[in-house]
Write a protein that binds this ligand. Structure first.
Ligand code: NDP
Ligand code: 2IT
Length: 485
């Protein structure tokens, strides 16, 4: 089956020519957003000089600094906040020793980046993945600062994790690892200090093991982690929140052009927490999800992934911990193995109206973005953190697609973590409807804030600039008021 509307070989040779800017009833963005203000450039150069080997961190910093030029022109007093916000308040790195089931000894590395606590306790997930290093966690922590600010809740930014690879590990190995990880981390976190949650490789099971060990060591029961199970302080809708929130945001974005999910073909990548509930909400809104992936490959089900198939995927991924390839075998659709970079990921060559990348950073490059454009995709909303490279984002902007950056569109997860913290403090549990209503309201507000802020600073329709500026302003004001400590 051919799923590419343009020749992959042409793209691989780099021969593609960007199509003419499409007319979507709006003016192109002010080109100021693509250049870097001279003061921002100085900050950026210093970031690179300090840590030259942190490409993911540089990428996330560059994107934000590119947006902040007009802010510094309007508020030169915020320059110290810019200089501070790129430097973590604190980085904790520690050894995580553990034994596997055969009695072999392993040592992994654990981290917690406490990036910025100006507007609330540090808040952000823990990632367990072999790729984890300081660059990746600093980029995630940096994104989290602006994302958490956008939620409107009192949440500072942080991120942590380990280079531990949970794949193929038994439950008892994962439990021992989590306990050893928390044996060190517990002294650095607290319900009013730093509240971790899940991310890649850390779901409800791992949060449970981590919480149990924290409770034992600290000898207290507090809301020190979010994403907890319902029987010990978790919130309804937290598992659904990131995926649902991403789709709520995309719905708002589409509505600005009188479009909707109704009847739309949707490409979703990943098949973990975010992807699963993005698919569910797309189905709720009348759309047709047609793809899912994992790090081995992707499925393309042109009949659409319906509720029954989604329930099967949830069992496959959350209970049996199998591979997405099994979906194709079970339901009889196409499966394509993903070759390691620099090959193009054919998932983005599927003919879709909307794309929701929900797996990991840099999963859509410029050429893959062009494949989406050529196939007539009209909107991209990031469920993952920074899944689109700068070239991809530029391609979407150049071609007039609606593009939602993750720090705005995937903020529903941490927002609902904030709601879990509130419920823990109140010692109350809100209903599913109540939490979902608040989540939806927060996503609508983030969308409105990003749109209004972009317009105010002369970059109509640019959600990247709108989110970066709106997220920064609240943090900068708090940092300035507190004397830039
Ligand atoms: P999960 O671990 O539940 O799922 C991750 C999915 O992405 C899996 O299907 C995984 O495949 C795939 N994946 C991970 N790494 C890679 C890779 N290097 N190449 C290809 N595929 C990969 O994580 P989440 O769903 O929680 O997180 C997904 C993204 O969403 C991340 O970017 C995360 O930071 C972001 N996010 C998560 C939030 C949350 O609340 N969980 C909140 C906001 C953002 P495999 O199993 O083969 O590794
Ligand atoms: O990237 C993210 O926003 C998350 N992994 C969720 C963080 C949280 O604290 O809920």
């Amino acid at each position: 089956m051919t799923i590419y509307a343009i020749s992959l070989r042409t793209i691989q040779k780099g021969h593609w020519i960007p199509r003419e800017r499409r007319s979507r009833g709006q003016e192109p963005f002010n080109s100021r957003c693509l250049k870097m203000h001279s003061e921002m450039k100085k900050v950026y150069d210093e970031v690179i000089a300090r840590d030259p080997n942190q490409p993911e961190f540089h990428q996330s910093v560059e994107e934000v600094l590119q947006s902040l030029g007009p802010v510094i022109d309007a508020h030169p007093d915020y320059l110290p906040a810019v200089k501070s916000v790129v430097e973590p308040e604190r980085i904790i790195q520690f050894r995580v020793p553990w034994y596997d089931d055969e009695g072999n000894f392993h040592v992994n590395r654990g981290f917690r980046i406490q990036m910025n606590g100006a507007i609330g306790p540090y808040k952000g997930g823990l990632r367990f993945h072999p790729s984890v290093n300081q660059s990746i966690l600093k980029f995630l922590a940096f994104e989290q600062v602006f994302k958490n600010s956008l939620t409107g809740l009192p949440l500072g930014g942080g991120k942590g994790g380990s280079d531990f690879n949970p794949k193929g590990r038994t439950e008892s190995e994962v439990r021992r690892f989590c306990q050893s990880f928390m044996m060190e981390l517990w002294r650095h976190i607290g319900a009013n200090l730093d509240v971790p949650a899940g991310d890649i490789g850390v779901g409800r099971r791992e949060v449970g093991f981590l919480f149990g060990m924290y409770r034992k060591l600290a000898n207290e029961f507090t809301g020190v982690l979010t994403g907890k199970g319902l029987s010990y302080g978790g919130s309804l809708i937290r598992p659904e929140a990131t995926g649902y929130g991403t789709v709520y945001f995309a719905r708002e974005m589409l509505s600005t052009q009188n479009k909707s999910f109704e009847g739309a073909k949707v490409a979703v990548s990943g098949s973990g927490n975010v992807a699963q509930f993005a698919v569910e909400k797309v189905i709720d809104l009348g759309g047709k999800p047609v793809t899912l992936s994992d790090s081995s490959g992707f499925i393309h089900d042109s009949d659409g992934i319906d509720r029954e198939k989604l329930a099967w995927v949830m069992d496959l991924k959350n209970v049996r911990r199998g591979r997405i390839k099994e979906y194709a075998e079970h339901f009889g659709c196409d499966y394509t193995e993903t070759k390691p970079e620099p090959n193009l990921n054919g998932l983005w060559g599927t003919d879709v109206d909307i794309a929701l990348p929900c797996a990991t950073q840099n999963e859509i490059n410029g050429e893959e973005a062009q494949m989406l454009v050529e196939n007539g995709c009209i909107a991209v909303a990031e469920g993952a953190n920074m899944p689109c490279t700068p070239e991809a984002v530029e391609c979407f902007h150049e071609n007039g697609l609606l593009f939602a950056p993750g720090k705005a569109s995937n903020a529903g997860g941490v927002a609902t973590s904030g709601l879990e913290m509130s419920q823990n403090s109140l010692r109350l549990n809100w209903t599913r409807e109540e939490v979902d209503r608040r989540l939806e309201e927060i996503m609508v507000n983030i969308h409105r804030n990003a749109v209004d802020t972009a317009s105010k600073y002369g970059m109509e329709g640019n959600y990247v600039a709108g989110a970066n500026i709106a997220g920064f302003l609240k943090v900068a004001e708090a940092m300035e008021a507190q004397g830039h400590i």
